[in-house]
Design a binder for this molecule. Structure first.
Ligand code: NAD
Ligand code: TYD
Length: 341
């Protein structure tokens, strides 16, 4: 592969992926299309901005004319679609942007890829499309889709469109579905960066419900290696699950963070639960291991320590984010919850 187009490359996973690919493959150029929503931060790729193999295009994947123009600038060997509205709590506050970007944006992007005969397309999806598990079992690629939040419903709708395009037009797509990522450059609205950054400031951490919900944590670099494997070697039309085999209850994770940061239990606030809160996610990633030769390499313990160290070293990055639109969101999402806890 010589030239690929990545969307959403200024976000958390996209920026880690762009850096991983640029540093790992000297023959590769990357065009990054990003709308720079609240979650898109060009600072995340500051270190590679001046690399001649990297080009940034500011725009919306749902803008037909813009996407057509970018793909018309020269052939690409593949498109990897990270661009999305990605936070469940925001989708509960307003699902509009989720439908627009995650569903309509995917459709517009695929139409442009068809027009320009892009030979490969990777749709970066999530395990949340499978819904929620009880105490036992894990999602396989055959688990029926049963999304429970506006966010996961919009991602599932996009996955179904990708499937429909593959079946009807032979559209050359691969879908990846990954569990909860953590690592550097994650926007501090998601559990881990929110709790780490609050604890570093000695602020309380809002645990939804009783903290009994379970997530299967994977380091973002393991996810990026998985997407690269699917991009290079995935079978067209296939779905690949990625997960870290690191399940943990939110309350146990919160206590672990308190321990690692040497903060008191009194900073835990049990707040009103998220409506429709999925109880448990767990991923069976045997297909990716068997067919792509991929496996998670970062243990949760070492990855978590390294992530905490990154946030300790990047307090200014966090402070710049928390000083903007974030304050309004935080008040809307947590104001009443924290005052009632
Ligand atoms: P993020 O919110 O950190 O970043 C999203 C990026 O997309 C931002 O840079 C934003 O500016 C950009 N964007 C949003 N709307 C756009 C549009 N209309 N046009 C162009 N760019 C737009 O998200 P993330 O956590 O990095 O997630 C990336 C992808 O991975 C998403 O598709 C998400 O559903 C999926 N995913 C995330 C996780 C996770 O744990 N974070 C797990 C599995 C899958
Ligand atoms: P999150 O990081 O939002 O990811 P997702 O909902 O996509 O899994 O949340 C991870 C878990 O942490 C989830 O069970 C909800 C819970 N959570 C809290 O308890 N408090 C919070 O403030 C947030 C953001 C999440």
């Amino acid at each position: 592969m010589q030239r690929i187009l990545v969307t959403g490359g200024c976000g958390f996973i996209g920026s880690n992926f762009v850096r991983h690919m640029i540093s790992g493959d000297p023959g590769l150029s990357i065009v990054n299309v990003d709308k720079l929503t609240y979650a898109g931060n060009p600072e995340n790729l500051q270190d590679i901005e001046s690399d001649a193999r990297y080009t940034f295009r500011h725009g919306d994947i749902g803008d037909r004319v813009f996407i057509d123009g970018v793909l018309g600038e020269g052939p690409v060997d593949a498109v990897v679609n990270f661009a999305a509205e990605s936070h469940v709590d925001r989708s509960i506050l307003d699902s509009g942007p989720f439908v627009q970007t995650n569903i309509v944006g995917t459709q517009v992007l695929m139409d442009a890829c068809r027009k320009h005969q892009v030979p490969r397309y990777v749709q970066v999806s999530t395990d949340e499309v499978y819904g929620s598990l009880g105490d036992e079992g894990a999602f396989t690629e055959e688990t029926p889709l049963a999304p429970n939040s506006p966010y996961s419903a919009s991602k599932a709708a996009a996955d179904l469109l990708v499937r429909g395009y593959h079946h009807t037009f032979g559209f050359p797509a691969v879908i990846t579905r990954c569990s909860n990522n953590y690592g550097p450059y994650q926007f501090p609205e998601k559990l881990l960066p929110l709790f780490i950054s609050n604890l570093l400031e000695n602020k309380p951490v809002p645990v939804y419900g009783k903290g009994e919900n379970v997530r299967d944590w994977i380091h973002v670099m393991d996810h990026c290696r998985g997407i690269e494997a699917a991009l290079r070697n995935g079978q067209l039309g296939a779905v690949y699950n990625f997960g870290g085999r690191s399940e943990m209850r939110n309350i146990d994770l919160t206590r672990l963070l308190l321990k690692l940061l040497d903060r008191p239990e009194s900073l835990i606030r049990y707040v009103q639960d998220r409506p429709g809160h999925d109880l448990r996610y767990a991923i069976d990633c045997t297909r990716a291991e068997r067919e792509l030769g991929w496996k998670p390499q970062v243990t949760f313990e070492s990855g978590l320590r390294e992530t905490i160290a990154w946030y300790v070293q990047h307090t200014e990055w966090v402070a710049r984010i928390k000083s903007g639109e974030y304050t309004r969101y935080y008040d809307q999402q947590y104001g009443d919850r924290l005052s009632q806890s």
